[in-house]
Ligand binder design. Structure first.
Ligand SMILES: [Zn+2]
Length: 89
């Protein structure tokens, strides 16, 4: 979710501009938030219809989801190795 907007009066104009900008972008893309994308948001490969129906609001193809999961786990391994190295020093 796109959060983080403050409600200070000084930036209210900027907030309105951001909202209008976002609405304009959503209209241009014709992909309302929460709906599945026809193409992966990451690699732009087509997402199979079966996957879009199975996962409403899906934004990534299965390959990218797996890649992210793998990258997350790999990063954990690197961190563990890194801390071990620093202990040896
Ligand atoms: Zn992808």
């Amino acid at each position: 979710m796109a959060g983080g907007w403050t409600k200070d009066g000084a930036v209210s104009e900027q907030i309105e501009a951001s909202i209008n900008d976002e609405l304009a972008r959503m209209r241009t893309r014709k992909v309302p938030q929460g709906e599945s994308l026809t193409h992966c948001a990451d690699c732009e490969e087509p997402i199979p219809e079966a996957r879009r129906l199975a996962l409403p609001g899906v934004k990534l193809c299965i390959d990218c989801v797996r890649e992210r999961d793998g990258a997350f786990k790999a990063r954990g391994g690197i961190n563990r190795r890194g801390s071990k190295d620093s202990q040896l020093k």
